[in-house]
Design a protein around this ligand. Sequence first.
Ligand code: GLN
Ligand code: ZN
Length: 752
Amino acid sequence: MSTAHILGFPRIGARRELKAATEAHWKGTLDQAGLKETAKELRRRHWDLQKAAGLDYVTVGDFAFYDHLHNVTALFGAAPKRFDLTSVDLSGYFAMARGTPQQPALAMKKWFNTNYHYLVPEIGAETQFKLNRDWLLPEVSEARELGHAVKVVLPGPLTWLWLSSAEAGFDKLTLLSSLLNSYWVLLGDLKAQGVEWVQIDEPILSLDLPQDWLAAYPIVFRELCTAGSKVLLATYFGDVSAHAELLKRIPIDGLHLDLVRAPAQLDAFLKDWPENKVLSAGVIDGRNLWRSDLARALTTLHEIKAVLGERLWISASSSLLHVPHDLAQETKLDPRIKNWMAFANQKLDELALLKRAMNEGEAGVWKELQVAAKAIEDRRNAPSTKRADIRARVAALKDSDTERQSVFGKRIAAQQAVLNLPKLPTTTIGSFPQTAEIRNARASFKAGKLSEADYIAAMKAEIKFVVDKQEQLDIDVLVHGEPERNDMVEYFGEQMDGYAFTQLGWVQSYGSRCVKPPVIYGDVSRPKAMTVEWTKYAQSLTTKPMKGMLSGPLTMLFWSFVRDDLPKRDVALQLALALRDEVVDLEAAGIKVIQIDEPTIREGLPLKKADWPEYLDWAVRAFRITASGVRDETQIHTHMCYSEFNDILPSIAALDADVITIETSRARMKLLDGFAEFKYPNDIGPGLYDIHSPRVPAADEMKTLLQRALAVVPAERLWVNPDCGLKTRAWPETEAALERMVATAKEMRATL
Ligand code: GLN
Ligand code: ZN
């Protein structure tokens, strides 16, 4: 018999119950006991779902109040000294996650190439581990008392260490043996509690790992396998076939492979797979919300079963953390499109169905399989997923579509003749404070409570207010403030064909924060202009240049759930063409400066460096197609935040935006050194102040930063702006900070 299981389940709750409870607890309106009660109820519900679907184990240990990697930090008592915690209880756990009046929070980083963020453990020579069983064992008892067969999941020691941060020069592996000791003790306890299997997650195996880290794997798993329970080593998000020999050799009891992201790796493992090990096949996508092609999955499963027999386990590619909970809650989705989807609950059913097909034979479940096959078929044949006009336009793209008319030097001269800007021109990144009033107006309009005319009037009033403010502040290149936008991707997605929106398709981003990504289900196009009216209106209020504001093709791609039946590259090109039309329309409407925001170019980077060039090639191409439909005189800006760029600077330069604005203030302009060293040729606007906090930096502080920037960027290439958009800020600090920023620019200008 084949076994079915999942690597992990979303924990936030189908109605985001955990978010509500956690935030109430932080506000002081729900005590710890109340929060823990909600958590327990959610775990119970999620285990019940797994059991009811027909999985063989429920997965325990995937729950976290904030982040699963942070749970390991708590479980092994590895709180950084600066928090002064003798042992980590729930309040200490939150203190590290959110910061205290004395201590900033642990840093947050993206979990591989997902949009989930983990809390970065801080380690050093002083780090000591002390097992705190309360962070796991009670959950195991809970599940056992409910009568479940339990498989425990734990992020592995090497992954935890690798993802931690330490002072330069500190060899993280020196902590391995003491950390391993704690794991060993814990696994013994789990065995004593009757836990048969422990899943140890080592997703870093799909990165480029140095030799000494790879060499640690046999040592770690030799140790863990003597500890008690059987060990299933889980890899995901990528190809680990380079380590096939290693993984066959080390004494684990089973291995999980992501056969959605890296189906071709299977062969390397099927060949000579040791007889004492199971193989868990991740054949259902844990990262996307589409129904699986079960027929294709069954082909793979049969291939494995033919070799391994009973040692085949069936699973999703990764934890289901990255998909929304329950499709059944969606009442507004187009039924046809809804029928193409599967959220976490539905994926449990898919797994159970695959298991039955393998164990009982396909004849027993042919009806269910047929329903699934019909949905796949319907999606494949739906006119919206294959529009001839859009496909033809992408196919007809020529190299010249990626080229501006002239090189940067010539363009910038033409732009300067039109724009007539002073040296060190000032601008902002797009959004201005989104007050409760603006939000209410948008919500009322959406709910049908505010007429279109009243809504437009309200937005225009806000735009006028923002333009007037910028004129008073004497900013050089103005923006309209983006009051009509709830979100930089959703706003554009709603106006494009090929996009769908869920009501409750939330996925955890970090802590209690969730995002509800739009869904690209079909070929993407822009039926009509999206931003031209607002921008034109804003321009009519001023003689200064008004900057048009667009989200770029990569951002539209990476912050959405993307169809899995077309290469990402092609979706990006469709988006690029749709946005290119908007750029051209803005220019035709008299807009002389257009910004194409691309904060996500780094997010798309593949896990292995060898795959970077191919990605960067199409990413750059998509941006250039978006930007290249305009005359030399039209100035194209791009904006990118929270990123290091040094290792991809050639590609950033290849975007060839006339002006790039970047977030640099928190790193005190350090980012610019790379740009200078690379001799980045075009204009740069390094952020002069941090917009994440209401703090207004002192004039001296801004001046120092601007001087630093001037030391590395030629004055005639330098712009002055904040780090990012201002929508999360309030007006008083916004005005004060911008006033100071403009004054600083003017003061420096006078010295040039
Ligand atoms: N134009 C957007 C804004 O100002 C940019 C947001 C972003 O970079 N994340 O809000
Ligand atoms: Zn930004």
